[in-house]
Design a protein around this ligand. Structure first.
Ligand SMILES: [Ca+2]
Length: 284
């Protein structure tokens, strides 16, 4: 295995301490059909739960590499400390990875040190700017896949995470952005776009996760299209240094509602559908 570039290339990109402290919040990703939490996304927060922006705004280009490394380390340490049994989704900026083999070493070392299995990691590719070096991004995804990790394209359908990324990249997962998900149970145009993405992903053998699900109506409509992997405030807000422990009843009730619906046509799967959305109490 390639050694860290710090050793063999005198790389010091991620050396040194960060001039600020931070921690992670965890938000569950559920499978509505299995009625269980399948993963958690680690989200940056200030030490007392301050916003992600309060931290990210302090990350200069000089600190980018070490911050990316520190995020992975902190997320894995917390996952282990919290006894997380599910997959752990970590966001990363492609431009914060110098060499995918080298820059994974601290992640693997942390995983071994705390005894949390690295193969449960999902790397979410977050695009805050167009990645000019597509070959670099492809190299990261291919390398991570070869190493047994799962990769996901984040915020798909908006901004820089768009269709053209799929012309030459083969991630394991797409996360459809909240901008497309919101009001999807009411908005015909969004329905067409989501169904098209789902169909395309199915053909490309890419799993889809719906982000930003905030209402029962959205959750049910998506599930009826076969989009059973979902994340959002409807299920749980991110919890600071904690895992969600009270979702079981809600997921079971949601599945009961879905199973009681009469069948109808869905584009992405044969999951039953219905014209009306039954109501049951919401809340987090
Ligand atoms: Ca993300």
């Amino acid at each position: 295995m390639t050694h860290c570039a710090r050793v063999n290339m005198r790389c010091n990109r991620c050396d040194g301490d960060l001039p600020f402290d931070f921690t992670m919040a965890f938000q569950p990703i559920v499978d509505t059909q299995q009625a269980r939490i399948v993963a958690y996304e680690a989200l940056v927060r200030g030490p007392e739960g301050e916003s992600a922006y309060s931290i990210l705004s302090q990350v200069t280009s000089e600190l980018l590499y070490r911050f990316d490394q520190a995020c992975r380390v902190r997320a894995i340490e917390l996952a282990s400390a919290l006894g997380m049994q599910e997959a752990l989704s970590i966001n990363f900026l492609p431009n914060a990875v110098y060499d995918p083999h080298a820059c994974i070493q601290a992640t693997l070392e942390t995983s071994a040190r705390v005894g949390w299995p690295a193969e449960r990691l999902i790397f979410e590719i977050t695009e805050t700017e167009r990645v000019s070096d597509r070959q670099h991004l492809r190299n990261i995804i291919d390398t991570y896949r070869d190493m047994g990790f799962t990769t996901a394209i984040d915020d798909f359908g908006t901004g820089y995470a768009n269709l053209d990324l799929l012309t030459d990249l083969q991630p394991d997962k797409l996360k459809i952005d909240r901008e497309l998900i919101m009001n999807c149970d009411q908005d015909r145009r969004r329905q067409i776009l989501i169904k098209t993405i789902a169909l395309m992903a199915q053909e490309l053998k890419i799993d889809v996760i719906a982000e930003g699900v905030e209402t029962q109506g959205e959750a049910l409509w998506l599930a009826r299209q076969g989009l059973t992997r979902q994340q959002g405030f409807y299920y749980a807000r991110p919890a600071l240094k904690a895992l969600c422990t009270d979702l079981d009843d809600r997921l079971l009730r949601l599945r009961d509602v879905m199973n009681a619906m009469p069948p109808a046509t869905g584009v992405a799967s044969s999951t039953p559908t219905a014209g009306n959305t039954p109501m049951f109490p919401q809340g987090h």
